[in-house]
Design a protein. Structure first.
Length: 577
């Protein structure tokens, strides 16, 4: 091939290569432009998506805030209704009791009995509605305590037999030997459920016995408790069984008008049992009667611990405190309740002095002047809980007489607050005469208690004579468990580590509180609570739990007070070591 031919071939190849390169560059530029446009659109979509997520998050946060505000409002409503309804109702029932004690005219006594029955019925309705409201608001709390089903059924049977429908009716208890002496649960809620089932049996049957049975069987979680309440009344048709446990539901029958009620009793029982992990049901035949039952997995209290509790209860029953001549300070602002409590005190042989509010109670209080204090919670100027704190601070290191708190508020919230000021005896209004008597005898039998020392006092004073040792400061069960695993010396060394860690965490809480770091406050308190539970330091764990769950920034002063309480306990422990 000549050179000219080669040049022509090379030129054509070059032209093709140039054309191919130009086409590739054009294609690359086109794809790059498409990719750029796609990225631009993606960025725009991303911005829109972020904006949509942000808006949706804001909407959800607003909805959550609204829901929390609604829940808080419902809780306040429950507390307010509880107080505003129970206060006058308690006064009315108390006055009826006082009149009945002195009345000798049979006709007038019968009228008073009718009034008492009507008032008790109203009280039952109010309690059902308030319990239902608490459940709806999420403030219904279950406790863990020793339950003696035999004693519980016996007390419910006695109360039921004294009611109008129970007079002359035979109530038979059949509790199997397999049922443990004690098990863990919420005794108050158990009593409420069983009492409601017996009350229904009495209301919906006019003759025949009421039979209460209790038995146990093996269960995957330990032991399954089954309780039955059988009546021989009108029974329930199969078609109506499905509606029996629904809210505000009542079965239509000839006794419904006479029975009355809110239709909430069985619905509340169902919620209580489901909240405890149990189930409830009914077996019934129309015209022959019904058997209501519930089953619940329970944890049995060990025999050694059960025997110890039984012995302590026997001691308390064998040696009741004589109230005659005891001096009582009654702090109560409601004029009806003042009259009622003063009359109760007179009937019990007490020497009573009245304080119309918390401020006057503080002024009148002297540990040598009174043997027991009855303190209402809701009072003007200074409320009952604040008055107790003032008294404890005013009489540091002095043995104080027992204080019983009286309240018409929601019990669970008041009980938590009461524990924080060192008071465990809380009585819910309306307070029956016998209940007040037994509570005061029990409180006086426990004797006087030392007040808690503040941090500044414990740091400047030497340890008091007879100061609690490590084991005495621990809960009895935890002291027993730990001494089985550790020597006293090893346990003391472990406690010293606890003291150092606790002081460090308390410093961390105060530092975070000053910086407005609520999360760190909660985390430090949670760690302190866990460590305190290991030793069975119940007061510290409760105070730490309060700090953990509180709105520490909004409740800054209360948190500081709890920190001071914990610091006093830790300092006291350190001195004892």
């Amino acid at each position: 091939m000549t050179d000219n031919a080669n040049d022509r071939v090379s030129r054509r190849r070059y032209v093709r290569e140039q054309a191919a390169r130009a086409e590739a560059e054009s294609l690359l530029e086109k794809k790059s432009r498409e990719l750029y446009l796609a990225n631009s659109q993606l960025s725009a979509h991303s911005v829109l998506l972020e904006q949509a997520v942000s808006e949706r998050t804001a909407e959800l946060m607003a909805a959550l805030d609204k829901a929390e505000a609604a829940s808080a409002a419902r809780s306040r409503f429950v507390a307010t209704m509880s107080h505003e309804i129970r206060t006058p109702l308690g006064g009315m029932l108390g006055m009826i009791d006082l009149l009945s004690m002195d009345e000798t005219d049979p006709d007038k006594k019968e009228y008073l009995d009718y009034a008492k029955a009507a008032g008790t019925g109203l009280s039952r309705i109010v309690n059902d509605v308030l319990d239902f409201s608490k459940m709806e608001a999420g403030v219904f709390i279950f406790e863990e305590e020793h339950v003696d089903i035999r004693a519980l059924v016996k007390s419910v049977k006695m109360i039921a037999g004294s009611h109008e429908k129970g007079v002359g009716r035979q109530i038979i208890c059949k509790i199997s030997d397999s049922v443990p002496n004690l098990f863990w649960g919420d005794a108050t809620r158990f009593r409420q459920v069983i009492s409601n089932l017996i009350s229904n049996a009495l209301r919906y049957s006019s003759s025949g016995p009421i039979i209460i049975r209790a038995s146990t069987s093996d269960h995957a979680k330990g032991t399954l408790l089954r309780v039955e309440v059988q009546d021989f009344g009108i029974g329930i048709a199969n078609a109506e069984l499905d509606n029996l446990f629904k809210d505000f539901s009542q079965i239509s029958n000839p006794l419904t008008a006479a029975a009355q009620g809110t239709g909430l009793g069985l619905a509340i029982c169902k919620r209580i049992l489901e909240g405890c992990g149990g189930t409830v049901g009914v077996e019934s035949r129309l015209g022959e009667g019904s058997t209501f039952w519930f089953e619940l997995p329970v944890k049995i209290v060990p025999q050694s611990e059960a025997e110890s509790v039984k012995y302590r209860n026997w001691q308390a029953e064998a040696a009741p405190e004589n109230l005659l001549g005891k001096r009582v300070l009654i702090a109560e602002d409601n004029i009806i309740n003042q009259k009622l409590l003063l009359t109760y005190a007179d009937r019990l042989g007490l020497q009573a002095e009245l304080a119309e509010n918390g401020r006057i109670a503080i002024e009148k209080f002297d540990p040598e002047k009174f043997d027991v204090v009855l303190m209402d919670v809701a009072m003007p100027e200074i409320d009952g809980l604040a008055a107790i704190r003032h008294i404890q601070e005013q009489w540091l290191g002095v043995k104080l007489p027992p204080i019983l708190i009286l309240t018409a508020h929601v019990m669970e919230a008041i009980e938590d607050e009461a524990k924080l000021v060192g008071v465990t005896s809380v009585l819910s209004k309306p307070i029956p005469f016998e209940e007040l008597r037994m509570a005061m005898e029990a409180a006086l039998a426990k004797g006087r208690q030392y007040t808690a020392l503040r941090r500044d006092e414990t740091e400047t004073q030497p340890p008091q004579a007879g100061q609690n040792t490590l084991l005495e400061m621990m809960s009895p069960q935890m002291a027993k468990d730990l001494t089985e695993m550790f020597s006293i010396e090893a346990l003391s060394n472990l406690a010293r580590t606890y003291v150092d860690d606790a002081n460090e965490r308390l410093d961390g809480i105060l530092e975070a509180l000053n910086m407005g770091d609520a999360l760190t406050v909660s985390q430090e308190a949670h760690s302190l609570k866990g460590a305190s539970l290991v030793f069975g330091f119940e007061d510290v764990s409760q105070w730490a739990a309060y700090i953990e769950k509180s709105d520490s920034i909004a409740e800054r002063e209360k948190v500081r007070n709890r920190v001071a309480d914990i610091r006093a306990h830790v300092t006291k422990l350190s001195a004892g070591l």
